[in-house]
Design a protein around this ligand. Structure first.
Ligand SMILES: [Mn+2]
Length: 580
């Protein structure tokens, strides 16, 4: 299998491609950094021009917050508000990025002595961002400064109105800016035109963190003073699915690594400590996988089936009894969420399979009366992954319906929506995930237009192609290689755990293990060596694998500590045709 060539899975509808990288560059990296050949191959593929960047966690290497356009105006305005004792209002979004940004700004302003800081979180009924109710409250209660967190960039009208009434607005956001920016006092958004901040992928909590770093510096506080907020930065950054690494730039990964380091040292907010305890997660070994699959869903369950303020309060409370009660509440919300999500997924698939041409359409578009707007995004994700199609799920309501969209690589969903912007009441989001509200009578025209556009853009869409990072020879499959590769951790969005190719392995022993025989446990032989391997969720393919005899393996390198003595283990992702 040459670089770039495709090989087929023997058990799934998937194709695999061996990633391109320069062999010479990999050799040079191994020499320069004194690392193993396998690690050098991964670095040559992911960051050929800045390999050391991926191994660097120094917090001092974060970009200067002053590079954010608008941050100077914002800092001076907040400083004035603090000195004059103005009432400050924070409007935050309701998801985990929104509540962590809001909690971060709230805690920082309080730490700087602000007295009358008040917070509002959007909810699904009112939609993201500002609302008439909030605006009335700001005027009635005499607020003179509003700071947004993870919202605001698309709210020109509200913001114009506030500015006219003498309330200054500072927008801190990271969503895709509209063509016409809001007339705010200051806008901080790395994606806005003219902003030279190099990391365009900051989560909103990263934007809030940089704003606070600049504010602290301006007020003469030591830089370390901001580090207490890194637990929040970790949660929001992982929770919002922003890439940890892009084009060799790794600021988000650095923020996440620092958050994990602080938590491992026991430094985190009380609410998170209590939640970790309830979930039996060990702070010293916390991984990004646990954050995204275990912790974030609990914090988000509050906005999906309960009240997002419960999740926010958990992150800011200093009272142990309150933290206990709130964490318990989040776990209960999460159970409700799980049941309701399964039910909605079932309904959605039933509708999909009843559509006459569903298999040939390139975009899934489903709509149901009063589907829970808090769950349509999750189910859209499930469907987009399962059917490998961009997916739009609409909750049909009387006049205005709401929808969530999830996409696949090669189809920029926010761009697709933008082409029909005249149809929407509101819309916003990113390339892979977006949402909109629309007059219900326009749904059918939108469906036809989006499908037509998808047919064009995704004309050649085949089975998904997955990437193999590099090949490993049997001699390279060792504990030392595993340890060296772990220098790349933490892994996550845009920076996955490397997956390798072993060209040809002979199945020596095979059995199914786990509840319902869902996993495969194997002994394989390659190059005269024997390795143990585990294939999670591959149990149902035991017969095919045994019959194949000799196979190729797509795998991650793992470490088995079960016997007490750590041993290298192949974590099999897929069983491939053997390749020469
Ligand atoms: Mn966000």
């Amino acid at each position: 299998m040459a670089q770039g060539a495709l090989v087929r899975s023997l058990v799934y509808q998937r194709r695999w491609r061996l990633r391109d990288f320069s062999v010479e560059r990999a050799a040079a990296i191994a020499r320069e950094l004194g690392c193993s050949a396998p690690l050098a191959r991964v670095l040559a593929a992911r960051a050929p021009d800045s390999p050391a960047e991926l191994l660097n966690y120094e917090i001092s290497q974060l970009h200067s917050p002053w590079e954010l356009l608008g941050v100077r105006e914002a800092v001076l305005r907040i400083d004035r508000a603090l000195r004059q004792g103005e009432k400050i209002f924070i409007q935050g979004d309701f998801d985990v990025d929104g509540i962590t940004s809001t909690a971060l700004l709230y805690k920082a302003l309080r730490a700087l002595g602000a007295q009358g800081v008040k917070v509002d979180l959007s909810d699904r009924e009112r939609g993201h961002g500002l609302s008439d109710t909030v605006i009335r409250r700001l005027k009635d209660e005499g607020f003179s400064l509003l700071i947004t967190a993870d919202c605001g960039i698309s709210e020109g009208e509200f913001i114009a109105h506030l500015q006219e009434h003498g309330i200054d607005v500072i927008v801190s956001d990271h969503h895709h800016p509209p063509a016409k920016l809001p007339p705010a006092y200051a806008i901080i958004n790395p994606k806005q035109p003219g902003c030279s901040y190099p990391n365009k992928d900051l989560a909103a909590v990263g934007v809030a963190f940089q704003l606070v770093r600049a504010l602290y510096e301006h007020r003469g506080l030591p830089p370390q003073a901001c580090e207490e907020f890194l637990d929040l930065v970790l949660l929001g950054t992982v929770g919002d699915l922003v890439p940890l690494v892009r084009d060799g730039h790794a600021e988000n990964k650095r923020l996440v690594a620092q958050g994990l380091r602080r938590i491992a040292q026991g430094q985190m907010c009380l609410g998170l400590r209590v939640l970790l305890e309830k979930l039996s997660l060990d702070p010293q070994r916390l991984t990004t996988g646990e954050v995204s699959y275990i912790i974030v869903p609990k914090l988000n369950a509050a906005n999906r089936v309960g009240d997002p303020r419960d999740a926010f309060m958990l992150l800011v409370t200093a009272l142990p009894s309150k933290a206990e009660a709130l964490a318990a509440k989040l776990l209960a919300y999460n159970q409700d969420r799980q049941i309701a999500q399964d039910d909605l997924l079932f309904q959605a698939e039933e509708q999909l399979h009843s559509q006459s041409n569903w298999q040939s359409e390139k975009l899934i578009f489903l709509a149901g009366q009063y589907w829970n707007p808090g769950l349509i995004g999750l189910v859209a994700s499930d469907l987009a992954e399962k059917y490998y199609r961009p997916t739009v799920l609409v909750s049909i309501e009387d006049e205005i319906s709401r929808a969530s969209c999830r996409s696949i690589p090669g189809f920029d969903i926010i761009e697709a929506l933008e082409r029909h912007s005249e149809l929407f009441e509101r819309y916003g989001g990113h390339a892979m995930a977006a949402g909109f509200s629309i007059r219900t009578e326009r749904l059918s025209i939108l469906r036809e237009r989006l499908r037509a556009y998808a047919r064009e853009v995704l004309r050649d869409l085949g089975d998904p192609v997955h990437e193999l990072e590099a090949e490993l020879s049997p001699e390279e499959i060792t504990l030392e290689t595993y340890t060296d590769l772990m220098r790349l951790a933490p892994f996550g969005m845009g920076h996955p755990t490397p997956r390798f190719l072993l060209r040809s392995a002979k199945i020596k022993e095979l059995r199914t293990v786990g509840n319902g025989s869902q996993h495969l446990k194997l002994k394989v032989e390659a190059g005269g060596r024997e390795f143990s391997a585990i294939g999670f969720s591959l149990g149902e393919f035991a017969y095919e694998v045994e019959r194949a005899g000799t196979v190729g393996l797509a795998f991650k390198l793992g470490c088995d500590t079960w016997t007490g003595r750590p041993q290298v283990q192949l974590e099999i992702e897929d069983i491939l045709e053997p390749s020469a």
